[in-house]
Design a protein around this ligand. Structure first.
Ligand code: ADP
Length: 162
């Protein structure tokens, strides 16, 4: 049983995340999507439950996905769910610099390897922070996020700016 962990904030989940999840799911028997709770980050856009709901709904067609949330170190969570590898996406050279450090630290601390999937296609430049910025400025989101999320985000940004 080859189990992999794909950790992230997913705040909010984007079509880039969904594409990465679909590709990662093909590489393992079970793919655990770990939604990381960052205790220091108070101003999240979506609650953990909302992120979970969206991810669950838009990965329903994949048979080998488990979705959980966690706080603390990714390697501890990986150990808890018995994941054999961590999977992350790489969009840019900035991603690479950050991810290299993280992957190296995780490997030294736990022996866990990280597999990187190079982002491709139309969603390569897509990030949650871009979505947050667009939503704040009332930009169109439909090309970047799952349909159901668009309405939630508009309402959320509306109430925040009031
Ligand atoms: P974190 O805050 O831990 O970086 P994110 O939610 O931003 O979490 O990203 C989770 C994972 O999804 C990361 O490995 C990131 O590289 C990947 N990812 C995010 N956006 C895209 C995208 N557009 N294409 C491919 N991978 C992506």
């Amino acid at each position: 049983m080859f189990k992999a962990l794909l950790p992230g904030s997913f705040d909010p989940p984007t079509l880039g995340h969904l594409s990465l999840i679909a590709r990662a799911a093909k590489l393992c028997n079970v793919l655990v999507i770990g939604i990381g709770k960052n205790e220091g980050k108070k101003n999240t856009l979506l609650t953990i439950e909302e992120r979970m709901h969206i991810l669950r709904k838009y990965t329903e067609h994949l048979s080998n996905i488990e979705i959980e949330n966690f706080s603390g170190l990714t390697i501890e969570f990986a150990r808890k769910v018995s994941a054999k590898v961590i999977i992350r996406g790489l969009r840019s050279s900035q991603d690479l610099e950050f991810e290299r450090e993280m992957a190296e630290a995780n490997r030294k601390l736990s022996g866990l390897e990280t597999i990187f999937l190079i982002a491709g296609g139309e969603t390569t430049q897509l990030s949650s922070s871009l979505i947050r910025e667009l939503a704040k400025n009332k930009g169109s989101l439909s090309a970047f996020i799952p349909h159901e999320l668009e309405k939630i985000l508009w309402e959320r940004m509306q109430t925040r700016s009031e």
